[in-house]
Every structure is written in C-alpha cells, then in structure tokens.
Ligand binder design. Sequence first.
Ligand SMILES: NC(=O)C1=CN([C@@H]2O[C@H](COP(=O)(O)OP(=O)(O)OC[C@H]3O[C@@H](n4cnc5c(N)ncnc54)[C@H](OP(=O)(O)O)[C@@H]3O)[C@@H](O)[C@H]2O)C=CC1
Ligand SMILES: O=C(O)[C@@H]1CCC=N1
Length: 274
Amino acid sequence: MGGRSVRKQRILFIGAGRMAEAIFAGVLRTQKDYIEEIVVANRSDLARLHAMRDQYGVSVTTDWRDAVAKADVVLLAMPPQNHRDVLTQLAPYIKGQLVMTVAAGIGIGLLEETLPAGTPVVWIMPNTAAGIGESITLFTCGRHVEDKQRDVLNMVLAGIGEAVECTEQQVHDLTAITGSAPAFLYRMVEELELSAQGYGMAPETARRMVAQMIYGSAAMLKTGADPADLRDSVTTPGGATAAGLRVMDERRFSEMMQGAVEATNARAREMANE
Ligand SMILES: NC(=O)C1=CN([C@@H]2O[C@H](COP(=O)(O)OP(=O)(O)OC[C@H]3O[C@@H](n4cnc5c(N)ncnc54)[C@H](OP(=O)(O)O)[C@@H]3O)[C@@H](O)[C@H]2O)C=CC1
Ligand SMILES: O=C(O)[C@@H]1CCC=N1
C-alpha cells in the first residue's frame, strides 16, 4: 500500500544500526515503488555501511550533510543521547524535509524547538519486526505535518507493519510495551528453550517448538480473544498448568512485569536528557 499521491522518496537515515536496518529492509520489501533512493549514514562503522550497501543496494556515507539537501525524509535512527547535537547540526540544512525520529524518550518538542520553524516532524516507535513487515509502530505527529507528509509517513509505516497514532504522552508510556517488550518475550523464550534442552531436546528442535508455541499463541490473540480466557482454556482445573501459574504468582510475576515496563520508560526519559 501507500498513498496514491506519494511520489518516489529519497530517505536519509542518520544512524545505521539495528533499527535503521529493520526499517529500510521492511520498506524496501514492500514499498520499493515509492523509493527513489535510501541513503544510510553513520559516523565511523564503514564495514557495516558497506555490508548494508552490498545487501540492500542502499547508498552509504559517513557525512550525511551531503545528502540532506536532496532528501525528502530525514529519519534519525541513532541513540537518543546524540539527538541534541545532530539536530543542531541538521537545522541549517532543513528546508521543508519531513524529519522523523525513532529514538526512545525524545518526543516531538526537541525536534520542533531545534529545527527551523514550520518543519514537519514525526516521532515513531517501531520494533525490530519492522524488518519482516511485522512491527507494531506507535507514532505521533508534530504541528506542521500536512496531508502530503502523512501520505509519506503512511507509506513508510505500512511497509514495516501495523501502526497506531498516539498522543506524545502515549508514545512515552508505551515505548516499553511495543518497542522493548519483544526483548522481554525473547528473554522468556531463552528460558523455555533452556528447559527443553535440559530435557534432552536438540537446540534447533527446542527453538522450533517454542517459536511455534509463541506463533500459535499470538495467532489466538489476534482473533480478538481475551488473554485471560485463553489462559483459562489452557488451565485445566486442578491440573498441571495451574501449578506452573501458581509459581509465577508466588514469585510476583505481575510486579516483575510492571517493574520492567516502568524501568524501561524511565530509562528512555533519562537518556533523552543525557
Ligand atoms: N533496537 C530497537 O529495537 C529499537 C530502537 N529504537 C531507537 O532506535 C535508535 C537506534 O537504536 P539501535 O538501532 O538499537 O542502535 P544501534 O546501536 O544498533 O545503532 C546506532 C547507530 O547510530 C549511529 N550513530 C551514533 N551516533 C551518531 C551520530 N552522531 N551521527 C550519525 N550516526 C550516529 C551508530 O554508528 P556510528 O557509531 O558509526 O556513528 C549506529 O549506526 C535509538 O534511538 C533507539 O532508542 C526504537 C525502537 C526499537
Ligand atoms: O533499548 C532501547 O533503548 C530501545 C528503545 C526501544 C527498544 N530499544
């Protein structure tokens, strides 16, 4: 998909890490018709830039200044701590380009304050499943985003999965739930795989079992079923699952999850001010 009015876009990524790659890989998979050029920049890791150029056919540079003037979209995909500096350096080159950031904790305010008045800015919070078109991406738009920029934004977001428009506060609050929680889930997967291997399963078999269990459970959730009902239907009265869930409750699973969410969001806020 993509807005009918979207002409081919030149997208400059400042930052060439895991998130940049996930986003442009996703976009190139499904939205190639809307892409004129993708330029990817970092400061120093030439080996990574060259690997990306060879794998995806993107242009690469260690000096993004060369590419800003021609870009339609500038997507900041470097750490939150570097935003203030990069935005200050970027400001003189911005003349109407759509500027987006994926950085945790950053928000719209810093972008609007630092870039020239009237610059359209967007904050998006995707996750690494963007690379296979399966992200759930939260986004919030600044004051100067018009329909034509929304069409471009929708094209990018549709290329990486599903998206939900939020208030800025909601993106702060939900960063843990959609951006970071894949890591929480993978942490659980690591433990389940270890258990399976402890019972003699080969690592690849353990991986296949756990991955399909998660995939099936996610598919059940995506039918719209209530997770408490789904849990209940697994939990035979007086049976085995109940014994496992009891251990989770005794060891304060709820408190642990809420604590993980709060710590993630708090750290995101903190990084934005470092
Ligand atoms: N990983 C994830 O799942 C998610 C990450 N995010 C956000 O995405 C952003 C990037 O995270 P992630 O991809 O994990 O990080 P990585 O460490 O993988 O990548 C960071 C990249 O930024 C580059 N970089 C750092 N400073 C600068 C600079 N001043 N100018 C140009 N490039 C720079 C680094 O290269 P070099 O050092 O060579 O310059 C590197 O390519 C963060 O803001 C994070 O909050 C958001 C949602 C999910
Ligand atoms: O760990 C981080 O800081 C980023 C933000 C969301 C996911 N990864």
